[in-house]
Write a protein that binds this ligand. Structure first.
Ligand SMILES: Nc1ncnc2c1ncn2[C@@H]1O[C@H](COP(=O)(O)OP(=O)(O)OP(=O)(O)O)[C@@H](O)[C@H]1O
Length: 518
């Protein structure tokens, strides 16, 4: 007979069509490109994503870096474009700020109740409007609170604690020095590297010096003699120190923290990292930390504690909860914490290990003369090797890594900072806290091994006071780099914070009672 006709019921037909739809590649279904600026620009234009496109809540983004574990992907690239010209932490107007009468007027430092001399000093440096973190932190510290302050890189955290510290030290001159042999220090700022200590101390001198406050800096690696000398001339008002050096000074009684009014722990996540945590606890044992503002006044006053940082990955809250009562700390957390910076262009290039030097050379040659460039490597050996390779290519640069002797490290960062040389090849030692207003380009020669390191390295550009927003160029070589790249790309496309860092501050671990310790 004739051909057999099988009739498929209409309902079944519809269902089959639905399945086909769902199986169709997503790119063919949803175009992520709209009119206007691109957020993600990929080598394959199909994978571009417009700034105007919003990803659905349950929609999985299609990533430009999807196949990057595969060898075929070498030569592929994509860019996360900047979507705004100004950094998010600059305040223009803030109608919600109490005491700010006219919401149309920009807020100035006047509204922060700093003394007129200080406001004048700031104005001389072109600092007129407080950043969001300064706006929140300064009043809290002036009122005597302990503070946990989490705000993005380059948002002006240094002044947010130094200004109230200086203001209060200036107003309250303390008791005259009685015991010369053991100088009493009134405030201590702890930072993880000697370069950062120098930098914070120089800011403290600029704004504390005119009020007659004495600032000293002590860093490790130079023997106890140097530490002793630093305190030989009597008690400084502000000591900026690395934990190792401060601990030595305390142990040998070159310094005493009995009359301490302020203890600041900057770059908190590094400081609470296992490599420093023990030392930090020993230091904290020398300080009497106030548990509320009423204890910070009077003859038996205790010290205010400020813990400051740009990244608070999971775990920090726990360690912190063991050294201080988190319940009594005022918490400031900026809205953009752990987000990719929207004002910085970030490029990712999948490149073979053997081609990295060539790509780096091209990028350095293409950069505008006079632009500061940081080239990050994951280890000291790579910094040294790359240094020799760049010498062969006659590319002028300086190097900074933690395994250099302290004498060699001295002055290197300043030389770069002053613009004597444009290229600094370094490890993550330079990613933490160093203020690099002149840096226009960060190059990840080696891809960082954590989100935290990516955020801090990228945070060396686009800082408050920088003239341009700058850019980040990352070389991606190994399959194990790819997952991190993919999660960064996903966060960019979804406009969310980087994963794994969200809850560290909001949900601190409950405080462990001392008698519960094993
Ligand atoms: N209100 C302001 N207006 C303009 N520039 C400012 C202001 N406050 C600070 N700055 C400048 O911004 C730069 C960055 O500040 P700072 O080094 O304190 O950033 P940070 O938040 O500590 O960053 P990081 O997390 O990288 O340590 C400094 O050069 C500082 O002088």
């Amino acid at each position: 007979g004739g051909p057999q006709v099988i009739r498929v019921p209409r309902r079944l037909q519809e269902r089959a069509e639905n399945v086909k739809q769902a199986r169709r590649p997503r790119t063919a279904m949803v175009s992520t490109v709209r009119a206007g600026k691109l957020l993600i620009k990929s080598k394959n234009p199909q994978l571009n994503q417009s700034a105007a496109y919003t990803l659905g809540k349950f929609e999985e983004p299609v990533l430009a870096s999807k196949g990057w574990k595969h060898k075929k992907s070498f030569g592929d690239y994509f860019t996360i474009n900047s979507t705004q010209d100004l950094p998010p932490f600059l305040t223009r107007r803030c109608p919600e700020h109490p005491g700010h009468e006219d919401p149309k007027q920009p807020i100035t430092f006047q509204s922060l109740k700093l003394c007129p001399e200080m406001i004048e000093l700031l104005r001389n440096d072109g600092i007129v409007q407080p950043t969001t973190v300064q706006l929140q932190a300064v009043p809290k510290l002036l009122r005597g609170h302990n503070l946990l302050c989490a705000a993005e890189t380059g948002s002006g955290k240094t002044l947010s604690y130094l200004l109230p510290v200086i203001e209060k030290l200036n107003k309250d001159r303390g008791v005259p020095e009685l015991h010369d042999f053991e100088p009493h220090v009134r405030s201590v700022v702890l930072v993880p590297s000697r370069e950062l200590a120098e930098q914070v101390a120089s800011v403290a001198k600029v704004y504390g010096g005119p009020f007659g406050l004495k600032v000293k800096v002590v860093g490790g690696g130079r023997g106890v003699g140097k530490i002793k000398v630093a305190f030989a001339g009597g008690a400084p008002d502000i000591v900026v120190a690395t934990p190792g050096a401060l601990y030595k000074a305390l142990k040998r009684c070159y310094l005493n923290m009995d009359e301490l009014s302020f203890l600041v722990i900057d770059e908190a996540d590094t400081m609470f990292d296992p490599s420093f945590a023990g030392l930090l606890q020993s230091i904290l044992a020398h300080a009497r930390v106030a548990s509320d503002p009423s204890e910070t006044v009077g003859p038996c006053r205790k010290a205010q504690l400020a813990v400051v940082g740009a990244t608070f990955p999971g775990g920090v809250g726990e360690v912190l909860g063991q050294v201080t009562d988190l319940g009594n700390m005022a918490v400031i957390k900026s809205q953009m914490l752990h987000f990719l910076m929207p004002h910085v262009k970030q490029m990712f290039l999948k490149v073979r290990g053997a081609d990295k030097l060539l790509e780096l050379h091209e990028a350095l040659k293409a950069a505008q003369e006079g632009t500061g460039i940081l080239v990050f490597c994951n280890g000291s050996a790579t910094v040294n090797w790359l240094g020799y390779a760049l010498e062969d290519l006659r590319m002028r640069h300086v190097r900074l890594q933690g395994e250099m002797p302290a004498s060699m490290r001295a002055g290197i960062f300043q030389a770069f900072q002053k613009g004597l040389v444009d290229v600094l090849v370094c490890t993550d030692i330079a990613s933490r806290g160093l203020d690099t207003q002149r840096v226009g380009l960060v190059i990840n020669y080696d891809f960082p091994t954590s989100h935290t390191d990516y955020v801090h390295r990228a945070g060396r550009v686009g800082r408050a006071g920088s003239s341009s927003c700058g850019a980040v160029l990352s070389f991606v070589t190994h399959p194990w780099d790819v997952e991190l790249v993919q999660s960064i790309e996903t966060a960019a496309r979804r406009r969310t914070s980087l994963p794994g860092m969200e809850s560290a501050i909001r949900e601190p671990a409950p405080r462990m009672d001392s008698n519960e310790h094993p």
